[in-house]
Ligand binder design. Structure first.
Ligand code: CU
Length: 108
């Protein structure tokens, strides 16, 4: 084993151990057919919880920095969905039922 390889392994082990412990859950509420935040800054590994406080359904779609769309599914009143961004960049969140609902998530 070279010293560089050994150092890489140690760093990977450190990152693997530190990652989950530092991850946070951040809640975004959907109320009156709006997000309660226009934007959000999180870190890779954090989980965003979208809760639905409206009496109507929402259907969130997340557009990743690679322009991939991920449908988070129908969200009944009083329920929530979770999303954990996998990489750094800017994500757009939209509701397919209510086009006015838009927010951005910046992931570092
Ligand atoms: Cu909606």
């Amino acid at each position: 084993m070279t010293a560089t390889f050994r150092l890489s392994l140690s760093l990977l082990t450190l990152l693997a151990c530190a990652g989950p412990a530092l991850a946070a859950d951040i809640t975004v509420d959907q109320i009156k057919e709006k997000f309660d935040k226009d934007g959000l800054a999180v870190k890779v590994g954090d989980t965003v919880i979208f809760s639905n406080s409206d009496p109507v359904k929402h259907n969130l779609t997340v557009v990743t920095p690679d322009e991939e769309s991920k449908d988070l599914g129908m969200e009944a009143p009083g329920t929530s969905v979770k999303y954990t961004p996998a990489k750094a960049g800017t994500y757009d969140v939209r509701c397919s039922i209510h086009p006015k609902m838009k927010m951005k998530i910046k992931v570092d």
